[in-house]
Design a protein around this ligand. Structure first.
Ligand code: IPD
Ligand code: CA
Ligand code: CA
Length: 262
């Protein structure tokens, strides 16, 4: 496998997606609902097509798992995992916090990651074992030692009514314990912001593989610890994600404990 070529194509496809998102930002005409509050726009669909076209023109045999079109099964050892617009609700409200998120998994290992915010121009990248970068410069997690000195971020999944008690219990606990809590609306950017030290920790439930595939590699390569809420190693099929600067990880897993009867 020519990883350098995959890197080149992955980055090119992220810029192709970003070009489409910039074209539609502030000018959307079609917003549809996939669920009660889960939106899809022409920008999501066109961005995904442009990304897949770029990848498939270089690697026609590779598998693709993309949010809007699902799984296109090819060579399973070489799979691209794509969120063409992470932060659709922000996008639909003209709020510039969103990103294209693309990861490449090789032989069942997340190997390359690209998260690009077309508004800020920030491109976060990572390669397994070779660190994470922001616009080409190495990044690393914060050194904050305690939750009481931390700025944390979380998100609420679209099916939040089903798990609202657990979500609000945890949100309330961290609001009391931390210096501050943010809810930005793009899990990919949340993870990248942990990677570059803007946030000290991020937690969320019920995310999908395309939300976290790229961001979790970027965070890990920047020195983050990424697990589920019980400290089991994270993989993208899991329903819980906790990414921290490592130093506050155990304090956060302690605060995440929730029992149905609470
Ligand atoms: C959503 C964002 C959001 C998170 C949701 C995701 P989408 O992705 O990452 O931050 O809270 O759970 O579904 O739908 O904008 O691609
Ligand atoms: Ca997403
Ligand atoms: Ca999306």
């Amino acid at each position: 496998m020519d990883i350098e070529n995959a890197k080149h194509i992955g980055m090119a496809s992220a810029y192709e997606g970003a070009k489409i998102l910039r074209k539609y930002f502030g000018k959307l005409t079609g917003v549809k609902k996939k669920g009660a509050i889960d939106l899809v726009t022409e920008a999501d669909l066109e961005s995904e097509k442009a990304i897949i076209r770029t990848i498939h023109s270089a690697f026609p045999e590779h598998s693709i798992l993309a949010e809007e079109s699902g799984l296109n099964q090819g060579n399973a050892e070489k799979q691209w995992i794509i969120d063409p617009l992470d932060g659709t609700t922000n996008f639909a409200h003209n709020l510039g916090i969103f990103a294209v998120s693309i990861a490449f998994s090789y032989m069942d290992e997340m190997t390359l990651a690209f998260v690009l915010n077309p508004v800020s121009g920030e491109l976060f990248t990572a390669e397994k074992g070779k660190g994470a970068k922001l616009n080409g410069f190495p990044i690393s997690v914060s050194k904050t030692q305690k939750v009481s000195e931390s700025l944390l971020v979380t998100g609420f999944p679209y099916n939040h009514p089903e798990i609202i008690d657990a979500i609000m219990f945890r949100f309330s606990r961290f609001t009391k314990a931390a210096q501050g809590i943010r809810r930005l609306g793009s899990a990919a950017l949340d993870l990248c912001y942990v990677a570059c030290g803007r946030f000290d920790g991020f937690w969320e439930q019920n995310l999908h593989p395309w939300d976290t595939a790229a961001g979790s590699l970027i965070a890990q390569e920047a020195g983050a610890r990424v697990t589920d809420f019980s400290e089991n190693p994270y993989d993208i099929s899991q329903k819980e994600i906790l990414a921290t600067n490592n130093k506050i990880h155990q304090e956060m897993t302690g605060l995440l404990v929730y029992k149905e009867t609470q």
